[in-house]
Design a protein around this ligand. Structure first.
Ligand SMILES: *Cc1c(COP(=O)(O)O)cnc(C)c1O
Length: 393
């Protein structure tokens, strides 16, 4: 199997665990046990049963007929928007909390930018009766008020990070600091395929249920498991990693990652990491990230809070470098239009993150024979304010 993480935690030139020495025991405990715990039949039973009865899996693979007509190709939507809490993120938090329990942890910490991962974490903590602390930049707390209140309703404690720009990076620093100070009883749930090894691989494993299901569902729908294209948006890259996972070695399946171009790739306000990024260290791993010439992380921008991240996971940096995944980007405007288009043609209001993936449909040269799967990572309820402010519908 190509494109798998190696023993040192690298995907080609990217990955590893660039962490302060004081964090080493925590990360090493996880690294030395995660594969063995996940492989246990009891783990798999509990994980799969919760995915079924609590998350609502398998999520449908829906043949979007009117959208297909419009783009002259067979377009299928993988409906992660129908997961409990409205997005794919819960697949990962369910997996990690079961793992945390089996590691004997009683407390969970997480960091969140837009608040979606915080909500998914607070949800599984309530489910398991575990204490939950979520770090969030003070500015993000003001911008994402409903998600802050959701987390509080679910019983989580939300702590404002007041250093730096008071956004995601600062929340991450606070979470790491907390973990260093509480190594034995606490597990840190990271929300995407980012962070020090083993997080990128572990999160990809938990999300790989997406492509596992797509294969079975396509087999049923069209008599073969492989489409011509799989398209997914890329923030940190977890929904894309899940949608691509079981297709990485199927060379005839074109994999397309879509990043947020914000106000334009060259506008200075974007989150198009593969277009603009250089190798560096972010959130504990070596990966592509947007940075100044002297290595300072550039504050990203996207209309979609979930894609507003200055890097991508190391797996994606490797998939980009090797050319296995084609990376495109979509501007705010293109994504919003694609979101409205889905609402009008299929009666589904997508998350604005997912609308970026839909925006790629018009950028590919599709033919009538092509079978295309778009991973609809989340639903648009959380984005209603943004749709209203944008106004063009
Ligand atoms: C968080 C989020 C994303 C971006 O995160 P990835 O790790 O890149 O998947 C995409 N879509 C939705 C709906 C999200 O909530």
């Amino acid at each position: 199997m190509k494109y798998q993480v190696d023993e040192r935690g690298y995907y080609g030139n990217f990955g590893g665990a660039y962490i302060p020495e004081m964090l080493y025991p925590n990360v090493e405990e996880l690294r030395s046990q995660y594969l063995q715990i996940i492989a246990q039949p009891e783990f798999q039973t509990e994980f799969n049963e919760l995915l079924r009865a609590y998350v609502g899996r398998p999520t449908p693979l829906y043949h979007a007929t009117r959208l297909s007509e419009k783009y002259n190709a067979a377009i299928y939507l993988k409906r992660e928007d129908l997961c409990h809490t409205g997005a794919h993120k819960i697949n990962n938090t369910i997996g990690q909390i079961i793992l945390a329990k089996r590691l004997g942890k009683q407390k969970i910490i997480a960091e969140t930018g837009a608040g979606q991962h915080g909500v998914a974490t607070a949800t599984v903590c309530a489910l398991m009766g575990m204490e939950c602390i979520v770090y969030m930049g003070k500015l993000d707390m003001e911008r994402q008020r409903p998600n802050v209140e959701r987390m509080r309703i679910l019983g989580a404690q939300v702590i404002a990070a007041v250093s730096g720009n008071m956004t995601l990076k600062d929340a991450t620093n606070e979470a790491m600091r907390h973990w260093i100070n509480h190594p034995t009883d606490t597990h840190y749930i990271i929300g995407s395929v980012v962070g020090p090894h083993p997080y990128p691989h572990m999160v990809a494993l938990f999300q790989s249920v997406i492509s596992e299901e797509i294969k079975k569902q396509l087999q049923q729908a069209i008599g073969q498991p492989n489409p011509d294209y799989v398209i997914a948006c890329v923030g940190g890259g977890s929904n894309a990693a899940g949608a691509f996972y079981h297709y990485l070695n199927e060379v005839h399946v074109n994999l397309v990652g879509v990043e947020a171009a914000g106000k334009g790739v060259d506008s200075g306000e974007s989150a198009a990491t593969t277009a603009l990024g250089k190798p560096g260290v972010l959130h504990g791993s070596k990966t592509l990230l947007m940075q100044t010439t002297d290595g300072q992380v550039i504050e990203p921008y996207s209309i979609s809070a979930g894609l507003d991240y200055p890097g991508i996971g190391p797996l994606h940096s490797h998939l980009f470098e090797t050319g296995r995944v084609q990376f495109l980007n979509a501007t705010d405007e293109e994504a919003m239009q694609a979101g409205i288009e889905l609402a009008r043609t299929e009666g589904i209001i997508p998350a604005i993150e997912s609308a970026h993936a839909l925006a790629a449909l018009s950028k590919l040269e599709l033919t009538a024979e092509d079978v295309v799967v778009v991973n609809l990572s989340g639903r648009g309820d959380k984005d209603l304010e943004t749709y209203i402010r944008w106004g063009k519908y």
